[in-house]
Design a protein around this ligand. Structure first.
Ligand SMILES: Nc1ncnc2c1ncn2[C@@H]1O[C@H](COP(=O)(O)OP(=O)(O)OP(=O)(O)O)[C@@H](O)[C@H]1O
Length: 306
């Protein structure tokens, strides 16, 4: 049996002069949970559309479960929540779910699906009456019709408040525990940290990092020190820091605010703290947000494999 759920090989796609996908290779195994990160316009949606056979690549190939994407979709192996999916707003949730389940030959699973996605209370509601979080739960239920092995979710929590977001991932955890392969695009880096053991970062249509989420964060591991310092004391402190600063540390001082970034700022922090007239000294370790910013703003970013 092919253990690869999704494979994009040498995929490129341009829209006019815009290179949306600039040659990517991604292989995701069955049972993996993968977050796809990248700034607006980095090619996440186009890559997922190509993986689903909704858009054809200019070159390269897309395979789901070793076959043409459409073949996998026809076999109910794939459930999707895409940004562009819309539901008829004047229809009731229950009717839509029942109808779609009948089309997929999965009428017998509706009750369990409704319970798992906690939409029991929404069945008689019109789609137009649903909140953002409720609508996404209904869309999740629809994605799960046919008991797909692979779920592809494009920014599934966009527009949700923090509670709805938390609730959504609680439900997804259950689906992940059931052994589904899950690939989701997101702008919420904490969702990748919380839910996805593997993270792929796209920038300008290329993969710039791919590996265990903790390691992707660690790729740019650094510390950040901030402090408030009286302007007239800065030259003296600057001299005092000379021994503690490493060559690659970046130091920025403007209008009384000091910001230093470096691999290990312990000694710098001690020097800053021991100087009089420094206030609000803070030292923190880099987060996935920092890595994301670094990986996606470096010009001509090279691929980094964690
Ligand atoms: N149908 C299209 N016609 C023209 N340009 C397109 C089309 N689809 C995507 N693009 C362009 O391709 C690039 C990649 O877009 P894509 O939607 O894949 O990025 P994304 O990473 O999903 O962005 P976002 O986070 O904003 O959803 C963008 O510059 C976008 O404007």
């Amino acid at each position: 049996m092919d253990t690869t759920a999704l494979a994009l090989s040498g995929v490129t796609k341009s829209f006019g002069d815009t290179k949306a996908v600039a040659g990517i290779d991604i292989a995701i195994k069955r049972g993996e949970i993968v977050a796809l990160l990248g700034p607006n316009g980095s090619g996440k949606t186009t890559s997922l559309d190509i993986a689903l056979g909704l858009t054809s690549p200019d070159s390269g190939s897309a395979k789901l479960f070793g076959a043409d994407p459409i073949a996998a979709i026809n076999r109910n192996l794939v459930g999707v929540m895409l940004q562009a999916n819309s539901l008829p707003t004047d229809d009731r949730v229950g009717r839509i779910i029942t109808l779609l389940a009948r089309i997929a030959g999965a009428s017998g699973t509706v009750d369990s699906l409704v319970k798992r996605t906690e939409i029991d209370g929404l069945l008689t509601r019109h789609v137009a009456q649903l909140s953002g979080g409720e609508l996404q739960r209904v869309r999740l239920a629809i994605a799960l019709i046919g008991d797909p092995e692979l779920l592809i979710l494009d920014e599934p929590t966009a527009g949700m408040d923090p509670n709805a977001r938390r609730n959504f991932w609680r439900l997804m955890r259950r689906e992940a525990d059931a052994g589904r392969t899950i690939i989701f695009a997101t702008h919420q880096l904490n969702e990748a940290e919380m839910f996805a053991p593997r993270t792929i970062v796209l920038s300008h249509g290329s993969v710039v990092a791919d590996g265990p989420t903790a390691e992707v964060r660690g790729l740019t591991a650094s510390q950040h020190l901030t402090a408030l310092i009286d302007e007239e004391n800065w030259p003296t402190l600057h001299d005092q820091l000379a021994d503690a600063l490493a060559e690659d540390d970046s130091v920025d001082f403007a209008r009384g605010q000091l910001a230093i970034t470096g691999a290990d700022l312990k000694d710098v922090a001690i020097a800053v703290l021991s100087s009089p007239d420094t206030h609000a000294v803070e030292l923190r370790n880099s987060t996935l947000d920092d890595s994301f910013e670094m990986l996606t703003t470096t010009p001509d970013a090279e691929r980094v494999t964690a």
